[in-house]
Structures are given as C-alpha cells and as structure tokens.
Design a protein around this ligand. Structure first.
Ligand code: AP5
Ligand code: ZN
Length: 214
C-alpha cells in the first residue's frame, strides 16, 4: 500500500505514521527526518538544508525529489510506503507522476492553526526512530525519555513559536494547493482521497485511519 500523509506542520503525520508503519509493515519516508539526519551527520545536503529549515522555509524541490526517488528505489519499499511530508509542492507531486510513482491513498489531516501552535510547544522527539511525543497529549512513560530505548528526548530546532507560524504560512501557500490536486486525482480514478479530523485524540485518529484503509 502506498500512502501520502498530507497536513500542516504538527497535524500528526509523524505520529500516525508510527501507527500505520506497525499496522501495515510498510516504511515511513519522512523527508523532514531524512533532512534532520543529514544535518546531524554534517553532510553537504545537511549543511544546505539547516539554514532553510531553521527559517521555516522549504528545501529546494530538486534536492528533495532526488532524495525521495533514491529512497523509494530501496528494497523495503517494494510492498509500499508512507510518504510523510512529501510531496509538499505542486512540482514535487508532478515529479512523482512523471516518474510513474502512483499512490493508493492521499490522506489529509485537518487541524486549525491555533491547535498546531499549542501542539508544537509541547512536542518532544526521538530522532533515531522518528517517535513523537507531547508532554500533555501523548506523554512518554518516563519523563523526557523514549519509551523503547530510554534515550533522551529532544526539542526540534524549528519548533520555536515564531518559526512554527512561518511554517504554517508556507504550508497554506505552497502545500495546501495539493488538497485540490489530489482531490482531482481521485476524481480521475488515479488515487483515493480522504480528509480526517486531526483534532481528535491520537488513538481516535488512528482508529479512523484504520477504518479508511480496511
Ligand atoms: P517535517 O519534519 O516534515 O515537518 P512538518 O511537515 O512541518 O511536520 P511536523 O513534523 O512538524 O508535524 P507532524 O504532522 O509530523 O506532527 P507530529 O506527529 O510530530 O519538515 C521539516 C522541515 O523540513 C520543513 O519545514 C522543510 O524545511 C523541510 N522539508 C521537509 N520535507 C520537505 C519537502 N518535501 N520539501 C521541501 N522541504 C521539506 O505531531 C506534532 C505534535 O502534536 C507532537 O507533539 C504530537 O505528540 C502531538 N499530536 C499528534 N497528534 C495529536 C493528536 N491527535 N492530539 C493531540 N496531540 C497530537
Ligand atoms: Zn513530522
């Protein structure tokens, strides 16, 4: 199964990707996680991406498209994948089409901006696994530690309220047009499209996704 998770920063894409990955045994392809890993390793890609990400802007389409193409070609994607944070612009969606990469579902998470600002303020992440927590809404079993490894959780550099607002602006301008794009794709019979109320608690959202994908 090939799935796109579409939604604003903090809409819950990464959180639900963990659920879907376990349920369907398909890998999560998070372009954000891939870029953060490159930053940590200090690769040329990471150095280029860091400034852009800290400013809440998008990394160039060419760079991201190359990254995703390479990732999808790996053996673990044979039975499908979860795209988390890609495509994020019309040219990225067009590039998928041009490369013959179709998807079975595009799932949009609908969450108002006010809810998102509150979520980001309490987000804690485990970079090595992609697991995501919230100090109130989805707390780890032990304060500040990842449930499975016990590693220290961290705050993302781009989760400052000012950067979050910038990212939301970029989302509305450059990514939201993909909602109409994939609705049109669904009408043409090329994929299925569904909008999920992302303001529900984490397990309710998971339940809804399981129903849609059953
Ligand atoms: P990326 O890492 O993709 O960030 P994003 O899309 O901004 O999304 P987030 O990871 O912030 O949110 P999420 O939807 O995964 O929410 P989460 O589950 O964590 O991208 C980062 C940057 O990389 C971009 O700004 C850009 O610069 C660059 N980049 C990445 N991809 C790119 C691309 N394709 N093209 C160009 N540039 C690219 O949840 C958030 C919080 O809410 C957590 O604390 C969580 O516990 C909590 N939460 C989740 N669900 C619920 C719920 N139902 N109820 C209550 N709390 C919840
Ligand atoms: Zn994420």
């Amino acid at each position: 199964m090939r799935i796109i998770l579409l939604g604003a920063p903090g809409a819950g894409k990464g959180t639900q990707a963990q659920f879907l990955m376990n349920k369907f045994g398909i890998p999560q392809i998070s372009t954000g996680d891939m870029l953060r890993a490159a930053i940590k390793e200090g690769t040329p890609l990471g150095l280029e991406a860091k400034k852009v990400m800290d400013a809440g802007q998008l990394v160039s389409d060419d760079l991201i498209i190359g990254l995703v193409k390479e990732r999808i070609a790996k053996a673990d994607c044979e039975n499908g994948f979860l795209l988390d944070g890609f495509p994020r612009t019309i040219p990225q969606a067009d590039a998928m089409k041009e490369n013959g990469i179709s998807v079975d579902y595009c799932l949009e998470f609908d969450v108002p901006d006010e809810v998102i600002v509150d979520r980001m303020a309490g987000r804690r992440v485990h970079p090595a696994s992609g697991r995501v927590y919230h100090i109130v809404y989805n707390p780890p079993k032990i304060d500040g530690k990842d449930d499975e490894t016990g590693d220290e959780l961290v705050i993302r550099d781009d989760d400052q309220p000012e950067t979050v607002r910038k990212r939301l602006g970029v989302y509305h301008e450059q990514t939201q047009p993909l909602v109409a794009y994939y609705k049109a794709e669904a009408e043409a019979g090329n994929t299925q499209f569904a909008t999920i109320d992302g303001t529900q608690p984490v397990d309710k959202v998971s339940q809804k996704l399981a129903e849609i994908l059953a």
